[in-house]
Design a protein around this ligand. Sequence first.
Ligand SMILES: [Zn+2]
Length: 522
Amino acid sequence: MPCEALASSGSRIVATGNFADVRRLAGPDTQMIDLKGGTAIPGLTDTHVHLSEKGTAEMELVDCRDFYVDVHSVADILQRLANAAASAPKGSWIVAHGSPMQDFRIDDHRFPDRHDLDRAVPDNPVSISFGAHVTIGNTPALAAGKISRDTPDPAGGHIKHDPQTGEPTGELHERAQLILRKVAPEFNYLQLKDGIVFALNQCLQRGVTTVHDIVRYAEPVRAYQEIYKEGRMHARVSILPRVIESMIETKSLTDLGLITGFGNEWLRIGGVKMSIDGGITGRNACFHEPYENDEHNHGIIRIQQDELNHTVQVCHDAGLRCCVHAIGDKAFDMALDAYENAIEHSPRKDHRHRIEHMGNWLATPKLIQRMVRSGIVAIPNIAFAYYIGDAILDCVGERRLTKAFPFHTLLKNGVIIAGGSDSPGYWPVDPLRDIATAASRKMRWGEVWIPEERISVSEAFAMHTTTASWVGFEENDKGTLEVGKLADIAVLAEDPFAVAPEKIRELKVEMTLVGGEVKYQA
Ligand SMILES: [Zn+2]
């Protein structure tokens, strides 16, 4: 229910109502904030980010991502690299990042190769990644990684060679990227901490007051605790430690007796993450049917069913909520098999287990039925549609994607969906963009894509407020502006329910409060 005024005390909301009534509660020391016609909404939640891992990159890497900066061609990329090299010590590494499938969008319709990079930066090793699957090095970088024409492909990776000369082109796929990553300099711990603070502050600029962050090793967890103690943590974080293909083991968590919710209002354990298949942009998501023009490729499975069942069962029994990454329909089936198995062994209603990326592709009626029956939450990421839906169509084929991001169908059938962006490596954390896309289906590439799967503006907001808070086991503290809840508030320049849905992504955030304190002001 809309209201004129709201009062908070401590960190919580103590009154809502008309201006005169709320005004009466103010004492001599009360800070009064006039929204000047702006609209206060509950602070937004992003339920799937890689903030601690990628936040540092935001600060330290040369940015060539076409979603962030003005880059339209190979020449634009080379210019940015040359500029960075001009101020770097001779021989030091230039590490840069572009966007996934950027070759599809830039004028040249290709990535730069080592010779392009050599022309722009001859004396410093250069490594530039485009999304999670492709990294390109110049000649000094390849030399540092000892990559020559005779270097064999590593397991799970590919070194691209020029078919004429047999020389490596500089392009490294999947696990071959690790060769450069191992020789390029790592971020140190202080940079990691500053990167997290920076990335959390960027979240506040888009009205985000809570994120669910996936971590794979100890340092980010330690960094979060220190940042909190140092008073530098201005948005709330639910940590999802990843197990399997990670530095963290399931046993470390269960040995400590950690359960979901451990921590406080600022920093807590939100559950356990694991990944069944690969990503769709690298054609590694695992489908029952093979990829378009690639009849032997079904994608890859990273956790076999036995190990998955066991891990899910152990976490389920220990009181740790599971967040299983599954993108292809084969991986969905495996995730649901594991969940059904665990729930049957130890029935528990309030598990709130999730499937990350479910609701992006191929949500068949049978899968939907299984989700609803077991009460599994779907975490779709509509930013993928907004930014690269057209490129994915091209790569995996229309047949598989005719029902991409079927939010209307999911909600109608009773599937619980909450929004996650998979930011900030690919694109910024920005639920207002994702709400606008879900409600308008207007994509960055111009098309109104599958308009019958539009959802209402309030349904789209729920994915980042009420439902997202429930998914975080925090529905008593967050998600609405009600007496007793935390005063986590975003102030928008205009009423999002009064503008065209696609315009919501352009709404300015004037101010963000967390626990009643102004943490960001435009
Ligand atoms: Zn992710």
